[in-house]
Design a protein. Structure first.
Lengths: 147, 147
DNA sequence: TTTTTTGCAAAGACTTTGCATTGGA
DNA sequence: TCCAATGCAAAGTCTTTGCAAAAAA
């Protein structure tokens, strides 16, 4: 999907939810759309320092983005990471953090997604709970650090 | 496995790692062995209030238990939960938190464990990373709240 | 204009640390 | 005895909140 279209779509989501399209929000939307990595609140803040956006504003907008489903929160090792959720489609995410170099990456093989869906369906069928969200975090040593 | 044997085994682990078997540690071991629920540091502290164990001591011992593999840390919704790790055997855990009532439970069907192992093996084979730990947290609405 | 949003400063919540005292081996 | 562990108080982090000023609609 087109980069600018994503931004327009997200802006629409915010407006539809009654939020104003402020300068800080536009900048933050761009950051999340462009970023390929998982970011903590302070990471976002650092990227906005030159724009004189305050840390409380970063926190407040992250909360709004989360609430409207634009981004997803991912707690890893006692830290809060955020990633774009919209446009991840039906895809479910499996994250991996290397304990040696700290890198966080995501596996997105169709095969794995199928296994996750099977797990979710198994639980819904056999336990009766409704599953809205599945977060898998694996940790170990990455390929590069193993060498 | 026998309850007292678990306690003795954990005490041995601590001693083998050069830690002294203090009153607060014995009490905390018992709490983790007896507890069926996931606990936050303050939950443990509350159970120890009458024994005049301080909060810093709870934090320091949790750190030691974690480091020696006695307990496992599980970050859910920006909070740190702990559960006994030793004796969970080869079992892998899938946790579920109900967004309505807040209950945290664990699924331990053999079927699910098999699926998780398949996922882990798939990743190790196809991506080359070594996976030491798999944490799955699902959220949604539990059976009871759905009614 | 009217209501939301923002920055700043301050407060809060949770966690860690310094240090003198206590306690386990 | 000797070093580790503890309690207390204080300091650190990260996150949230109150409020007046600024900006969006």
């Amino acid at each position: 999907m087109d980069h600018n279209q994503k931004i327009l779509d997200i802006e629409k989501i915010l407006k539809d939810n009654g939020y104003k399209l402020t300068g800080s929000r536009k900048l933050m939307i761009k950051i999340f759309v462009d970023s390929k990595i998982h970011m903590r609140p302070d990471d976002v803040y650092q990227l906005l320092r030159n724009d004189r956006i305050s840390l409380p504003t970063v926190y407040r907008n992250i909360e709004i983005f989360k609430e409207t489903g634009v981004i997803k929160e991912l707690p890893i090792q006692n830290e809060r990471y955020y990633e774009l959720e919209i446009y991840s489609g039906k895809k479910m995410h499996i994250h991996f953090q290397c304990q040696s170099c700290g890198i966080i990456k995501e596996y997105s093989d169709l095969e794995l997604i199928k296994m996750m869906i099977a797990e979710r369906d198994f639980i819904e069928t056999n336990h009766g709970d409704r599953i809205d969200d599945v977060t898998i975090v694996m940790s170990g040593t990455c390929k590069i650090c193993l060498k």
